[in-house]
Design a protein around this ligand. Sequence first.
Ligand code: B12
Ligand code: SF4
Ligand code: SF4
Length: 339
Amino acid sequence: MGSVSADQARLEAAAAELGFDAFGVASIEPELRREYYLRWINDGQHGEMSWLERNNERRLQPSAILPEARSIICLGFNYYQPDPPRRGRIAKYALGKDYHKLILKKLKSLCTVMREEFGSDQKPYVDTGPVLEKPIAEQAGLGWQGKSTILLNARHGTWLFLANILTTLELEPDTPAKDRCGTCTRCIDACPTDAITAPYKLDARRCIAYLTIEHKGAIPIEFRRGIGDRVYGCDECLDVCPWNRFAKLTREAKFTPMPHPDLIESLELTQEQFDEQFAGTPIRRLGLSRWKRNTCVVLGNVGNTDDLVTLKKMALSDDELVAEHASWAIQEIEERNRH
Ligand code: B12
Ligand code: SF4
Ligand code: SF4
């Protein structure tokens, strides 16, 4: 397979040139723990993410996506940066510009190199395709799925975005990475809503990332206090992971944190201001109503009596979702101040 490994070295160099921090190859028939996935869906642990119920013949068998495909190239992109000081945290992945567009563009450039130099066909994916990116990355040697279910890389810790290219090139699969969590349980212990119900098992319905990003309606009362100061997403199980001791700052300038409105300004945003403020960021897709919903929950947890004026205005909002969460926040602040 001499010529095959020559292709691989060239592809790895091209990926590094495009800014990718990790590169590996999985076979087109990777081990995906299909049974687990199907049970997870069957138990309803995906909540309202009904798209995870669809396309499972492709998700659980990548060769069905591109029948001539022979290999999967798996890529990682470091997005680590420390949290900027702000009342109300935003998950690190969403502090700057949206990664989907940026990474897809890089994947397409790599596909062009492959087509031009080797004549192969490719299908690139980042996040949104019917692809189980973490188990594939584990198979491609990029790291192992930790007890938080996140893919850990020995050099970059938990902070790699994952992406894939299905290709008709016959490449040499890498050796799957070994689990190096050992006896550690920090992520499980730190999760504020007990969403990691057992090692390697996550109930999305309890996860703050799901509740603040994917969930459409009212946030169940039982999880509101656990959300703490997290307005959008959650990094708790990543932040505490000891493998992050080697993490380095991302090299991508587009991930630099944008200036975000503070909590009270967030509640006062008009639709136009929201659209302008969050254009090109993952938060834009959340929409104004849910941004305000989340902000109310955070104010309920970290706010003080100075915040009550704005919250009382919000409690009268025509948007019932916002009004109900604002009323909850008022009660929480008043209760704290009575003690
Ligand atoms: C749906 C989804 C979510 C859901 C569900 C998360 C989850 N853990 O499943 C929610 C909204 C909660 C979510 C949250 C987050 N997400 Co998300 N999410 C996805 C998405 C689109 C699909 C994942 C999926 O299919 N989940 C279904 C479950 C059943 O699959 P799985 O976790 O891969 O499960 C396997 C393991 O549990 C394994 N397994 C089962 N038993 C055992 C036993 C052992 C011993 C082992 C080792 C494994 C194992 O088998 C399962 C099936 O194959 C992927 C992108 C993609 N296309 O893959 C991004 C992705 C996983 N998310 C990502 C990120 C960054 C996040 C957040 C950190 C965002 C944030 N800061 O708020 C959080 C992290 C929360 C967490 N602890 O997982 C990144 C993770 C990168 C990485 N290095 O791993 C991905 C890969 C997106 C990307 N392209 O970079 N996410
Ligand atoms: S992202 Fe937050 S809520 Fe979700 S599993 Fe990790 S620590 Fe728990
Ligand atoms: S915190 Fe510990 S158990 Fe959790 S993923 Fe990291 S090393 Fe594994």
